[in-house]
Design a binder for this molecule. Structure first.
Ligand code: HAM
Length: 430
């Protein structure tokens, strides 16, 4: 019987991460976390597996059912790989409610799992930054997180004409449903979904879809009018709609702070159920390559109630690494892969192995990242290897240098070599 070879491919929708991939991810993570700390946010973490019920209560149909990686454990409990962080964060805060000082500014960078159709910007295993501010009920929470976002985009050196933060408010959607469309409860989630897909559909298909859902011509006309509202249009309903009021306040403050790259987008709803007020999504607007949001977030003032705790105002967002990497690649904003190694110690012949080992130890103990050749091959090949790996410095020591207590240091950027005393090499390489 022919032996079947195992597949070399990772599980569908997951990625093997070679050193270059890790380097690129770490570049993004470093900026996310550096700026988060700069804003006074503390890092936290939560388990990768949770009780599936955590997502069934308020994450919405898609996350809790179709996309959930769930299984029954040996004790008969229904467990899920976490598809998002927010319910775990809310659980952790509910558990320590009386011991935690408000406001809470926390961030985390972690892995998440969703059973989705793998495609551009969508993986089954992916990384997300979560940044959340809890305990602030005014829109100053939104402002702070938006300032964080803009600082991260600056750190990425993102060109201003390539991104846009789209903002809406769930209370405004409620106003549309209650006061303008006078919608039945049953139709609401379907119309909300249609609105969220507005930009992805041709206008005729959108109208046809609304008709299919049971809306009459007047209601469709009202929705199309609503979609084109500008922030100015909200003034006439400011007294009647909490959403309109909050949006006006938010855009006024953003203007005062000269924050750009923002847009009022009445069609943004977001799929997740627990959002209560402001909802945000960031898009690439400079190319047609990346149609998925870089991040999404919003206000979720009621989430702690699922744990029997009093409400706690909260605003935050989840920023995907997959979509961010695609975005940075589109605009050539990623640094090129660089080795961490500073110096490469060659081996001229086997008898020098012990001396080269102690030289490498000396360099490492002095904080110099050192890689050492372990077999005595042709020097030409060792130099070729060092060059391909992009090491900035190479050390060459033969019997002659060894007896004189010097080493030959080669600068790989220009190929120049010079002799240097062992004591001076640390200063030279630091
Ligand atoms: P979300 O919109 O489900 O929100 O996800 C946020 C971001 O995570 C998306 O915009 C996208 O960048 C990334 N993302 C989501 N699914 C995938 C996937 N299958 N593959 C790659 N990237 C993906 C939440 O998760 C909320 N919990 C965010 C939040 C935090 N709201 C308040 N605080």
């Amino acid at each position: 019987m022919k032996k079947e070879n195992l597949s070399k491919l990772p599980y569908k929708g997951t990625d093997d991460m070679y050193p270059k991939d890790v380097f690129e991810k770490k570049y993004i993570f470093k900026i996310w976390s550096k700026v988060a700390k700069n804003f006074g946010y503390e890092e936290y973490d939560a388990p990768l597996i949770e009780d599936a019920i955590l997502y069934k209560v308020k994450s919405g149909e898609e996350l809790a059912n179709t996309q959930l990686y769930n299984f029954v454990d040996k004790g008969g409990r229904e467990i899920a790989l976490r598809p998002e962080m927010t319910p775990s964060l809310a659980r952790m805060i509910a558990a320590q409610r009386n011991n935690l000082l408000l406001p809470i500014r926390w961030f985390n960078i972690g892995r998440f799992y969703r059973y989705e159709k793998p495609q551009k910007g969508r993986r089954r295993e992916f990384f997300q930054l979560n940044i959340d501010l809890l305990g602030v009920s005014t829109i100053d929470a939104e402002i702070e997180i938006i300032q964080y976002v803009m600082k991260v985009m600056d750190e990425f050196k993102a060109p201003k004409n390539t991104y846009e933060l789209r903002i809406n408010n769930r209370y405004l959607i409620e106003y549309l449903f209650d006061e303008i469309l006078k919608l039945d409860t049953e139709l609401r989630p379907k119309i909300a979904r249609a609105l969220d897909n507005y930009l992805k559909m041709e206008i005729n298909d959108f109208n046809g879809y609304l008709k299919e859902l049971g809306l009459n011509d007047n209601q469709i006309k009202d929705i199309l009018e609503y979609i084109n509202w500008e922030i100015e249009d909200l003034k006439k309903i400011e007294d009647r709609s909490r959403g309109a009021k909050e949006l006006i306040q938010l855009f006024n403050k953003l203007k005062e702070l000269s924050i750009t790259n923002i847009k009022f987008a009445p069609y943004i709803v977001r799929g997740i159920q627990y959002y209560t007020g402001t909802v945000v999504e960031m898009y690439d607007i400079g190319s047609s390559e990346n149609s998925r949001a870089l991040f999404g977030g919003g206000r979720y003032d009621d989430l702690l109630e699922i744990f029997g705790e009093a409400k706690l105002p909260a605003f935050g967002l989840g920023w995907g690494e997959t979509t961010t990497l695609d975005y940075l690649k589109t605009y050539n904003l990623l640094p090129s892969f660089k080795s961490n190694t500073k110096v490469y110690v060659t081996l001229m012949n086997e008898s020098l192995l012990k001396d080269m080992n102690s030289l490498s130890t000396y360099l490492r103990e002095n904080g110099i990242n050192t890689e050492m050749q372990l077999t005595a091959t042709k020097l030409k090949n060792q130099l070729k290897y060092a060059n391909s790996k992009g090491f900035p410095w190479v050390i060459i020591v033969g019997e002659d240098e060894l007896s004189k207590g010097v080493i030959q240091l080669k600068d790989m950027s220009n190929g120049e070599s010079f002799l240097i005393k062992k004591e001076d090499v640390i200063q030279k390489l630091s």
